[in-house]
Ligand binder design. Structure first.
Ligand SMILES: Cc1cc2nc3c(=O)[nH]c(=O)nc-3n(C[C@H](O)[C@H](O)[C@H](O)COP(=O)(O)OP(=O)(O)OC[C@H]3O[C@@H](n4cnc5c(N)ncnc54)[C@H](O)[C@@H]3O)c2cc1C
Length: 474
């Protein structure tokens, strides 16, 4: 029996999966493969939270494959060496995969593709991750976009593709190559810190589809405004499912098209296009995970004070909305978008830490850590990327908290020290009198920290740093 290798990466689903469907329709025995090539990504190798998600996503695909009598072959090591070893071991002459857009993946995939062609093997790659390939969208002069709105306008003129499907079942090979077990990949934590993750997530395709269905039933109606309030379940929380490809954007877009049009639905679709924009920028500017898109920011006079970074990471900055967000991240591996913007601003502006420090921490702690969106998000916060918030626009963590968590429901959920603080002080507990602190069971400096930096002083320091950059530039 001829065999085909279906190489899974960030496309962990069997529906609307071009490479998988092509493998099934080839009529050859299908060998599903996952190669854990942890070292290949260098600095951006999977963080602890992503590994947790990946383990469960793979387990879920394993179960789906088992229904057809198929196994997932797990290998560890270098992608190229493992793939060519598999071809030898199985006698297969055919490898199919879906494209990834991380710079290191594109380099390695290109090399593998050339070698497979040289050796006369069939090699084919498809698109399981995006609505549009990054190179399909360009300005009138044929250049990549650096600003979201014109990018999204061009996208809007292009047709959306329907999800792919097949009615065929995969052919089961008679013999299987050797592999290691999923457990051997050691993706799960040795010390169990993942209780909060289990309570918050169902990291399976079914879990993701459930989220999409529930979101489209109600929260989407108020998404325009609801998506800014972290205490509400007002966003889809699809980001990790989309990152790992348990749900594809074509599937989400097709489900959205079937709904009655509403402004919430339109805004939600626009957010999917932000994800596309992030991939567009990463593809065309592959240095951005390490370098700001706006080169002058390479010379920004960051301060990088380790104690401040640690206070930020631990959710001990003294700014309740920031600390609630950072602790949400630690507890459940995800943070609400509005709060990502607030914590990002505090780190990069008030505390003058490089956006890269934020990107690295998020990389390790987010279940949806995604090189394209994380880089775009952090360069946005740092004012140095594509369509970024100007550096001089500095979020006030107190008024942001008052506006988006005025009654403190989100803060109290994640910062128990503040549970008894009244709404009046929930976003500025240091303003409580001594008596009020005792009554609220929250003594500032003892039970909960004083602000790591005064807002006004931090703001002025950030503006001075920007001024220094401008002077150095002129
Ligand atoms: C500093 C910073 C870092 C970020 N890091 C990541 C990251 O590593 N991975 C990640 O997926 N998103 C990242 N984002 C974008 C955004 O915060 C998340 O995509 C969003 O919070 C996920 O929640 P949701 O699925 O409920 O979003 P929803 O509001 O339901 O949006 C639907 C989908 O649209 C996409 N999306 C929404 N907003 C954005 C955006 N601003 N940029 C790109 N895609 C978007 C996501 O895929 C999301 O799942 C970051 C944002 C900031 C400010």
């Amino acid at each position: 029996m001829e065999k085909v290798i279906a190489w899974f990466r960030q496309d962990l689903r069997l529906e609307d999966n071009p490479a998988w469907i092509r493998a099934v329709e080839s009529g050859k025995g299908v060998i599903p493969v996952y190669i854990h090539a942890q070292k290949e990504a260098g600095k951006w190798s999977l963080g602890a939270a992503s590994k947790w998600w990946l383990h469960h996503a793979l387990k879920d695909v394993e179960k789906q494959l088992a229904r057809f009598g198929l196994r997932m072959i797990y290998r560890q090591g270098e992608s190229e060496a493992e793939l060519f070893a598999l071809l030898k071991e199985t006698g297969s002459r055919s490898v199919l995969w879906n494209r990834c857009y991380e710079p290191h993946r594109m380099r390695i995939d290109g090399r593998i593709k050339s070698r497979l062609k040289e050796e006369g093997c069939e090699v084919w790659s498809g698109n399981a991750s995006l609505l549009r390939e990054p190179w399909e969208v360009s300005t009138q002069t044929g250049n990549p976009y650096k600003v979201y709105t014109p990018y999204s306008r061009t996208c809007a003129k292009m047709p959306d593709h329907e999800p792919l499907s097949t009615t065929k079942s995969p052919k089961v090979p008679k013999d299987w190559p050797k592999g290691v077990s999923l457990e051997d990949l050691s993706l799960l934590p040795e010390i169990s810190w993942d209780k909060g993750f289990h309570e918050f997530w169902n990291p399976t395709r079914k879990g993701g589809m459930g989220r999409l269905g529930a979101f489209l039933k109600a929260p989407v109606k108020h998404y325009d405004t609801g998506r800014d309030f972290p205490s509400e379940d007002g966003t889809s929380r699809l980001s990790p499912y989309l990152h790992f490809g348990q749900i594809g954007p074509r599937e989400v877009a097709a489900t959205v098209r079937k709904q009655t049009e509403s402004s919430g639905l339109k805004t939600f679709y626009r957010e999917l296009i932000w994800r596309e924009f992030a991939y567009h920028v990463l593809y065309h500017f592959p240095d951005t995970p390490e370098k700001p898109l706006q080169p002058k920011y390479k010379r920004f006079p960051w301060v990088d004070e380790p104690a401040h970074l640690e206070a930020w990471q631990k959710g001990m900055t003294g700014y309740p909305i920031v600390d609630a967000g950072m602790r949400q991240l630690w507890k459940v591996g995800w943070m609400h978008n509005r709060v990502r913007m607030i914590v990002g601003s505090l780190l990069v502006k008030h505390l003058l830490h490089s956006w890269e420090h934020g990107a690295e921490w998020f990389w390790d702690t987010l279940v949806d850590a995604d090189l394209a969106s994380n880089t775009l998000g952090w360069q946005w916060a740092g004012g140095c990327g594509a369509d970024a918030a100007p550096y001089f626009r500095i979020f006030n963590p107190i008024t942001q908290g008052e506006k988006f968590d005025g009654e403190g429901d989100f803060i109290r959920e994640y910062v128990p020290e503040l549970a008894q603080v009244s709404d009046k002080y929930i976003n500025c507990p240091w303003e409580m009198s001594e008596g009020e602190q005792i009554r609220a069971n929250c003594r500032i400096g003892q039970d909960y920290p004083a602000p790591v930096i005064d807002h006004k002083a931090g703001r002025e320091r950030a503006l001075e740093a920007l001024q220094k950059l401008k002077e150095a530039d002129s």
